[in-house]
Design a protein around this ligand. Structure first.
Ligand code: GDP
Ligand code: ZN
Length: 369
């Protein structure tokens, strides 16, 4: 292949830009470009193959050459790939570009492996319904998942039309804002079409996913972002026009107002996640206080010189916030334990010592959120 990198990356830019292609991806891809491979973004994965949007259309590609032993490195929706243009249907993915961010779920099976749900997500939009009582603990949990992935969380309070009192609404927003430092908090009403423009502008600069409880309004937001022709978008005919797989459901969609939305079934039904560092980021002030406790391994229960308990006493830290932190840490410990026999054995010993053998485990397992 004699083409210089600029001659083939530039066309790629115009076709792939709506899918999030930028200068940095072009730089990452340069070495594959000289090998004559095509850049593309994975829009769906199933049965060891994937659909990849490339400058020559959507191609079906086999992942046989990039299947690693590590399940976290399996090709997933949102990945940027280098596809071999030789061969017909399927073609072959030859390499994956290093991920910027990744949503990973710990599997519920005994095989203690993570499952990768979405790659290269910039914004995690957490939908929270104003139709039901605000559950800040739940918001914190989604924030932890978001931070853990590397994406920037955004909280969208949905169904604002159901809170007609503007003062009441501003209190709710303040509650969420104080729970989510460093996180934009928007209010929208899909019914009234209010606040959507802010969201559209926000997601236009990258790849987004929608998280949140069932009924929180995620589908409604997705439809609003995708516009009226959502069904057409979802049933995109393959670019080769041969109709071999006549309609394809994509899990990654380019938005008419700019930006990309990833919506996979796995992301919708999030269960237990490994969100250790994420939890620390959500509760940054508690982690910071912990650093000032007299004992390095302080459990903040009754230890002398505990800065966390002192903050509780002074009212600087709320009991609700500390309990939410503990709950998330406990759940996370359980997930880590599933994947690490040594930690598991340690936890067992500790539960025994506390005379509540298995109780904490059951609690974490039931995942009462
Ligand atoms: P999902 O389960 O998170 O995808 O939630 P849906 O998008 O399906 O919404 C759940 C319910 O909330 C549906 O009955 C929607 O019609 C309703 N809903 C969504 N957005 C709004 C809104 O802005 N205002 C009101 N009043 N209802 C809404
Ligand atoms: Zn302490």
């Amino acid at each position: 292949m004699t083409s210089s990198s600029s001659s083939s990356v530039s066309p790629a830019l115009s076709v792939l830009a709506p899918y999030g292609w930028d200068e940095a991806w072009a730089d990452e891809f340069a070495r594959y470009d000289s090998e004559g491979l095509l850049p593309g973004r994975v829009v769906r994965v199933d049965r060891g193959q994937c659909d990849v949007v490339t400058p020559v259309g959507t191609v079906r590609a086999d992942t046989e050459f990039v299947v690693p032993r590590d399940p976290m490195k399996v090709v997933c929706t949102g990945d940027w790939a280098a596809v071999d243009p030789e061969g017909s249907d399927p073609q072959y993915v030859r390499a994956l570009l290093p991920r910027r961010t990744a949503f990973v779920r710990s599997t519920s099976s005994k095989r203690s492996e993570g499952q990768i749900l979405a790659a290269n997500v910039d914004h995690a939009i957490i939908a929270v319904s104003l139709a039901v009582e605000l559950d800040l603990g739940r918001v914190e949990r989604f924030l932890a998942l978001a931070w853990e992935s590397g994406a920037q969380p955004v909280v969208v309070l949905t169904k604002a039309d159901l809170v007609p009192d503007p003062v009441g609404l501003s209190y709710l927003v303040e509650d969420v804002e104080s729970t989510a430092p460093g996180v934009p908090v928007l209010t929208v009403s899909a019914v009234r079409g209010e606040g959507l423009d802010v969201l559209v502008a926000l997601v236009s600069g990258g790849t987004s996913v929608l998280l949140g409880q069932s009924g929180a309004g995620k589908s409604t937001l997705a439809n609003a972002l995708l516009g009226d022709d959502v069904m057409d978008v979802r049933a995109t005919r393959d670019a080769d026009g041969k109709g071999r797989h006549t309609t394809t459901t994509r899990n990654l969609l380019s938005l008419p107002g700019g930006g990309v939305l990833i919506d996979t079934p796995g992301l919708r039904g999030v269960g237990l996640w490994d969100a250790g560092t994420g939890v620390g980021q959500v509760f940054a002030e508690i982690e910071e206080l912990s650093g000032r406790c007299r004992f390095q391994d302080c459990a903040h229960e009754s230890e002398p010189g505990c800065a966390v308990l002192a903050a509780l006493d002074s009212g600087e830290l709320s009991v609700r916030r500390l309990e939410s932190y503990r709950k998330l840490m406990r759940e996370n410990q359980w997930i880590v334990a599933k994947t690490d026999a040594r930690v598991r054995a340690e936890l067992r010993r500790e539960w025994k010592r506390k005379g509540s053998d298995g109780k904490a485990a059951m609690e974490a397992k039931r995942g009462r959120w």
